[in-house]
Design a protein around this ligand. Structure first.
Ligand SMILES: [Zn+2]
Length: 259
């Protein structure tokens, strides 16, 4: 951010809340700033030029004035609103989950262009691929990687030996895969199937725009959902409410495609 009084940036709205009589307090994840909060003055007035621009899951080009307290948003031009994602309940729930994770993991005013690009690409992928679990798992794993919290997937985190097929377990709190011999004290260890480990390794190396066609069994999908959920909850130290809602929706939907 420059030292000028005004600046422009591109930002995804994570959430908003009413402030005063007609303002909105907006939390954004910005391309070159990272997470920030700013005030959209008068944005709740029907006549305001800012009205409707700061719904969650909307990307705007915005002009901002620096202030001693919270910066003030002057102008906004919507460049992406992910309408097709928001038009179905599971798509919307996935987008809100991504927003909640960004809000939880991203420190304020710490730019991370790779994380911004990851988020943008996964949201675009979900607009055409919202029934698949792969894009969201990709986001979860690479959010951990870009936050410096990537779980180990190839070696034992304790003895550093390369893992042998079918001879591995996993510990979210100890940093990833373990061989069968190592049992670090006070760590919570769970089994991880070879098929689940292979999917994680594939997601680690894949490009989000070229995710391979992959038919996952329901049990592998549920195993990975649980493993990633535990890992994310361990680092955030809280339950992710939007994930609980998303899982409820998935259980209620009969035409889930595990691809
Ligand atoms: Zn070991």
């Amino acid at each position: 951010m420059s030292s000028a009084k005004y600046y422009r940036t591109e930002g995804l709205t994570l959430k908003n809340m009413p402030l005063g009589e007609s303002d909105l307090l907006v939390t954004l994840y910005c391309k070159d700033i990272g997470k920030m909060r700013a005030v959209a003055k008068g944005a709740r007035k029907s006549t305001s030029k800012l009205v409707g621009h700061f719904e969650p899951l909307t990307i705007n080009n915005i002009s901002i004035t620096k202030s001693t307290n919270l910066d003030i948003i002057n102008q906004a031009e919507t460049i992406e609103d992910f309408d097709s994602l928001k038009s179905n309940l599971i798509g919307m729930a996935q987008g809100i989950y991504i927003n909640e994770l960004l809000d939880g993991f991203a420190p304020e005013s710490h730019s991370n262009n790779d994380l911004y690009t990851l988020t943008h690409n996964v949201l675009k992928k979900l607009t055409s691929y919202s029934q698949s679990r792969l894009p969201l798992m990709y986001f979860e794993l690479h959010l951990l990687r870009l936050s410096g919290l990537m779980p180990e997937l190839y070696h034992c985190v304790e003895c550093r030996e390369e893992l042998s097929p079918e001879c591995h377990r996993f510990s979210s709190d100890y940093g990833g895969t373990l061989c069968l011999q190592c049992k670090p004290p006070d760590s919570v260890i769970r089994n991880i199937s070879l098929s689940a480990l292979k999917v994680l390794r594939m997601l680690h190396k894949a490009n989000v725009n070229r995710l391979p066609e992959l038919k996952m069994s329901q049990s592998t999908a549920e195993e990975l959902d649980s493993l990633l959920r535990n890992t994310i909850q361990f680092w955030l130290d809280k339950e992710i409410r939007s994930k609980t809602f998303l899982e409820y929706l998935r259980r209620s939907t009969t035409d889930i495609i595990y691809s």
